[in-house]
Design a protein around this ligand. Structure first.
Ligand code: DGJ
Length: 735
């Protein structure tokens, strides 16, 4: 059992040879955190890493004691993990150790997505009870350590054990105390169309926070933070990754204290949050995941990728290779009918596409984005015979059929809004703010979830639908749960998320064979919480290959390639107007769940032939693209080129991609050092596109890693320099 309790020192050690978390009950019965990070000997005791004696902060204000569940107001002036207002209005807590249980496996979190085990032997969990009888509060800290993964998962359960009403103001999923500095913070931030660009900066005394108050994780910040030593790079050095399995308002914050200690906290954003706990009631926080590595950022990403792909994603599609899709959106937007779609489908099948997806515009009278959300019935003007014959026609072409939905939204111009205006979020007597001409349904109300389960369920069972793109195109304004009592609106945002998760749970359970992809105007709700229901996400509405380099590079820090939706679109690109070669667009989209986002009827013969080749190439290597180990080599941010690679688990195959962003004259010879190959293996290296495999070379893994792969800076056939936006892949296979 990788959790050890040492009674004489009251020490709890979670260990698996990959990382250690050492907790201890301090003299005042608070739960101390003595160490987190590098694996330590499970036989030893580490009480000396904490305060020699700790009797509370009474006379020693500001002492840098590491605590597992820090609270405010009794001498620790750093950011708290738990703030609970009591009947007398005070919020000081004295959470004393009251016992613990160690169990094999990992219990589920009630109503919330979480990581899981398939067999209890994969993990061990400790539930540590803390109690404050004066406040009438009991807290159970739940921490799981996984066999052979450098990760732990943590959440808290709160219970009102008293007789008065408690109000939870802050309940963080994670709180981590690090005893020394300096640290850099690496986060993933941006906006619509340029999501998840990495930003790294040294932590300075004081706080640095990212978060969301939009009701969704948002385009602005990913709910993940990496904490790195200044010298840590992709392959070397110590670092932590913290990531929240949640899709709503969140806060991820670092606080460097006066003694250079660093505290990180992550959880539901406390701003505007207030959860009432009546006597006997409980509250469970979302789960936070922490990974540690001494081998650089790449190892942190590898740990998260494997963990999220294997033990966060669920259902039959977790392990299935994902189909190559063509999505109708950028091809025809709202302008289609059955015949037109069928023509598109025919042209798609001819290219080798496996899944034809009908995006927005098939329901109500939706010829534009000002109408019909909520009216989930087929628009008979466009599809006179409904969805079933269209799906059947698509299937007859040898493809499967997929459909777009946006269940959480309602248009003011819709039958649903006319019948149930009270189901749209808003404050009676105040004007509702519209965004994209739509309002958000109040999923904090159980009857709204029930209605959507039936409405969307009817659609999904009305035809052979094997894929669903679940979109969400605006954030919440005028937050207000009309069914909540006046003093409980601080619960609204979280209740919205609980309702949304419940809808996801019901629909994914009822349609277990459907492949779900989450979307929120691209990457506006791409987070670990959604990954628990939908194993892939539409990464960004920006489909330009060059923009996508930065977006996918950033996303790859946290998310596996099997979750990163990436499509080839037409040029000039619809978001930035850039013209890039078709091969480059494919070479970027290969590194994700591959597909197309264009009207295949508009392609010329040469392009069609080229695309057939691209699809054949992806099919041949799909396994390694979707399941291989992804390695970042050269960042596209700020440079003239970029490179990354994927390696098969047995290291006998790898695909390296080099992208030239801007071509410069008189470039020096360029060698790209590869990683994670087998040094003793000789690889046959062939370039794609062209020259033919006959022209491939043989290179040792040792050489490719130590000296590098010589990049081909011009077309080998013509000798013409590869210009701006060129891409070349190198396929390595053990010879
Ligand atoms: C936003 C999505 O990100 C797009 O791909 C597309 O589905 C539109 N919504 C449709 O309204």
């Amino acid at each position: 059992m990788p959790i050890t309790w040492h009674e004489p020192t009251r020490q709890l050690h979670l260990h698996n040879g990959r990382l250690s978390l050492v907790l201890a009950v301090l003299e005042n019965d608070w739960l101390g955190q003595l160490h987190v990070g590098a694996p330590l000997d499970p036989q030893a005791t580490y009480r000396h890493l904490g305060p020699a004696e700790f009797l509370g902060f009474t006379n020693r204000v500001d002492e840098p004691v590491g605590l597992a569940v820090p609270t405010a107001g009794s001498g620790d002036f750093r950011i708290p993990a738990l703030v609970v207002e009591q009947p007398d209005g005070s919020a000081v807590l004295d959470m004393a150790y009251a016992g613990h249980r160690i169990v094999t496996g990992k219990p589920d979190l009630e109503g919330l997505p979480s990581t899981y085990v398939e067999d209890p032997s994969e993990a061990a969990t400790v539930e540590i009870d803390l109690a404050d009888p004066v406040a009438g509060l009991e807290v159970t800290l739940v921490v799981t350590i996984f066999e052979d993964r450098p990760v732990i998962a943590r959440s808290m359960r709160l219970r009102n054990a008293g007789t008065g009403r408690l109000i939870v103001r802050t309940a963080m999923s994670a709180s981590v105390d690090l005893p020394d500095g300096p640290w850099d913070l690496l986060g993933f931030s941006g906006a619509w169309g340029r999501e998840r660009h990495p930003h790294r900066a040294a932590l300075l005394p004081g706080r640095r926070a990212v978060g969301s108050l939009r009701g969704a994780t948002g385009h602005e910040h990913d709910p993940s933070l990496f904490l790195l030593r200044p010298e840590t790079d992709e392959t070397r050095g110590e670092g932590f990754a913290l990531s929240l399995v949640y899709s709503g308002n969140f806060l991820a914050e670092a606080d460097v204290g006066s003694r250079s200690t660093t505290r990180i906290r992550m959880g539901i954003h406390p701003d505007g949050f207030a959860w009432t706990l009546e006597p006997g009631a409980t509250f469970t926080t979302p789960e936070a995941v922490l990974a540690w590595s001494g081998d650089g950022i790449g190892a942190l990403s590898a740990a998260l990728h494997a963990f999220y792909r294997e033990r966060l994603a669920r259902g039959v599609w977790r392990d299935r290779l994902r189909p190559i899709l063509l999505n109708s959106w950028e091809g025809v937007y709202f302008d289609f009918d059955h015949a037109r779609l069928l023509d598109m489908a025919r042209a798609s099948a001819d290219l080798g596409v496996e899944l034809f997806v009908l995006d927005d515009g098939w329901f109500g009278e939706r010829d534009h984005d000002r109408t019909s959300l909520g009216d989930w019935v087929v628009d008979r003007r466009k599809l006179p015979d409904g969805l079933a014959p269209l799906a059947a026609d698509v299937e007859a072409l040898g493809m499967s059929f997929g459909l777009w939905i946006e269940p959480e939204m309602v248009s003011v111009q819709s039958r649903l809004f006319a019948e149930h205006p009270e189901w749209a979020i808003g404050i009676p007597g105040r004007e509702r703010t519209e965004s994209r001409h739509q309002l958000v349904m109040d999923l904090s109300r159980p009857e709204v979830v029930d209605h959507l389960e039936v409405a969307i369920g009817d659609v999904l069972s009305s035809a052979a639908i094997s894929y669903v793109k679940w979109d969400m195109n605006r954030n919440i304004t005028e937050p207000f749960g009309a069914s909540l009592p006046a003093d409980r609106h601080g619960e609204f945002f979280h209740r919205y998320m609980l309702g949304t998760y419940e809808l996801w749970r019901r629909l994914t359970t009822r349609f277990p064979d459907v492949l779900f992809e989450s979307c929120a105007s691209g990457g506006g709700r791409f987070d670990p919480g959604m990954l628990a229901f939908a194993p892939q996400a539409w990464t960004s509405d920006d489909t330009d290959a060059i923009e996508r380099l930065s977006i996918q590079w950033g996303a790859s820090h946290v998310y596996p390639l099997s979750s990163i939706g990436a499509h080839v679109s037409a040029v000039p690109n619809h978001q930035v107007g850039r013209v890039t070669p078709l091969a480059t667009r494919a070479a970027v989209a290969f590194f994700g769940v591959f597909g197309y986002e264009l009207d295949p009827r508009t392609l010329g013969d040469t392009e069609r032939a080229e695309i057939r080749g691209h699809i054949a190439f992806y099919r041949e290597h799909r396994e390694i693209f979707q399941r291989g180990r992804f390695i970042r080599l050269r960042s596209p941010l700020g440079g003239d080129d970029a490179a990354w690679m994927v390696v098969a688990e047995d290291r006998m195959t790898a695909i390296v991609a080099h992208y030239r962003i801007l071509r410069r004259p008189v470039a020096p010879p360029d060698r790209l050092r590869l990683r994670d190959l087998d040094p003793g293996t000789v690889y046959r290296v062939s370039a794609w596109p062209g020259p033919t495999p006959a022209a491939s070379v043989r290179r040792g893994g040792d050489l490719l890693m130590a000296v590098g792969l010589g990049l081909v800076p011009e077309d080998p056939a013509t000798g013409v320099p590869d210009g701006d936006f060129a891409a070349r892949l190198y396929v390595l296979s053990a010879d």
